[in-house]
Design a protein around this ligand. Structure first.
Ligand code: ADP
Ligand code: MG
Length: 235
C-alpha cells in the first residue's frame, strides 16, 4: 500500500439542519500517520463534521472513505469496527465504572493487564482499579482518549480534547498526542476551537467557517491567512 495514501478522504460533504447548511461541500483528506488539525470559530461546523464522519448524523451529499472503504450507509458501530474512532466534546464517561472496566468497554476487546497499565501510565491516567466517580473531569478526558487509543483505531478524531483541562494537563496532553502516530500506528484529527493545542501538535490545518473550508495547508500559512484571522476576530 502507498505509504502516503490518505487514511480518510472526505469529498463534498454536506449536512443540513432544515434550512441551515451546517456543512457545505467540505473536502478534507488525512494522510496516513499524520496529525491533522480542524479548527474554526464556534458554530463553524466542527462537531457536525465529526458526527457526520462517524455516522451519528445523516449526510445530504458527499463521500467519506476510510482506508479505501466507502462508509456510505454504515452505522457508527460498523465504522468503529473498520477503525474509525471519535471522542466527544462533552464529558460522557460514566462515573459508575472503574477505569479498567471503562477502557475495556470502549475498546471492545480484552486488553492485556500490562498493556492496560502501560498505556494508562503513558497518558498519565489513574490505575485501572480507580473509580471514575473519584476522578476530575480533566483526567476523565485523558482516560477517554487513552481508551480509544486502546481500541487500536486507524483514525481517531478528538473533538475539543483540551476543553476543561488545566494548563499543565493541556501541555501534557499535547506532548502525548504528538507521539500517538508513531507509538500506536494511527492517524489523528484534532478538532479545536482553542488554537494553543493545535499550534503545538498539528503541522497541517484545515479551517472551517460557516460550514465551508476557509483555508487548508501548513500550520503557519493557515494561521497567517488574513481570512482566517478575520474569521477568528469576528467571533
Ligand atoms: P462547532 O462544533 O464548530 O462549534 P457545530 O457543528 O456544533 O459547530 O454547529 C454548526 C452549526 O450547526 C451551528 O450553527 C449550530 O447551531 C448548528 N447545529 C448543530 N447541531 C444542530 C442540530 N442538531 N440541529 C440544528 N442545528 C444544529
Ligand atoms: Mg463543537
Amino acid at each position: 500500500k502507498d505509504a502516503n495514501a490518505p487514511v480518510l478522504t472526505v469529498e463534498g460533504l454536506t449536512v443540513e439542519f432544515g434550512a441551515l447548511k451546517a456543512l457545505d461541500d467540505v473536502s478534507f483528506a488525512v494522510p496516513a500517520g499524520t496529525v491533522m488539525g480542524l479548527i474554526g470559530p464556534n458554530g463553524a461546523g466542527k462537531s457536525t463534521f465529526v458526527d457526520a464522519i462517524s455516522g451519528f448524523l445523516p449526510r445530504h451529499g458527499g463521500r467519506v472513505v476510510l482506508d479505501g472503504v466507502d462508509l456510505a450507509g454504515k452505522t457508527p458501530t460498523a465504522r468503529a469496527r473498520l477503525g474509525l474512532r471519535r471522542t466527544y466534546q462533552q464529558d460522557r464517561v460514566p462515573p459508575s465504572l472503574t477505569v479498567g472496566a471503562y477502557v475495556t468497554f470502549v475498546a471492545r476487546r480484552r486488553i492485556d493487564a500490562t498493556e492496560l497499565a502501560e498505556t494508562l501510565e503513558f497518558f498519565g491516567c489513574p490505575p485501572a482499579s480507580a473509580r471514575l466517580s473519584a476522578i476530575d473531569v480533566g483526567t476523565r478526558r485523558l482516560i477517554e482518549v487513552a481508551a480509544n487509543v486502546m481500541a487500536r483505531p486507524k483514525l481517531l478524531i478528538l473533538d475539543e480534547p483540551a476543553a476543561g483541562l488545566s494548563h499543565e494537563e493541556h501541555l501534557a496532553l499535547a506532548a502525548r498526542l504528538r507521539e500517538l502516530p508513531d507509538r500506536f500506528g494511527m492517524s489523528l484529527v484534532i478538532i479545536e476551537h482553542d488554537l494553543d493545542l493545535v499550534r503545538s501538535v498539528c503541522p497541517r490545518l484545515t479551517v472551517l467557517n460557516f460550514g465551508r473550508v476557509l483555508a487548508s495547508g501548513p500550520q503557519v500559512e493557515v494561521l497567517e491567512n488574513p481570512d482566517v484571522i478575520k474569521a477568528y476576530m469576528g467571533e
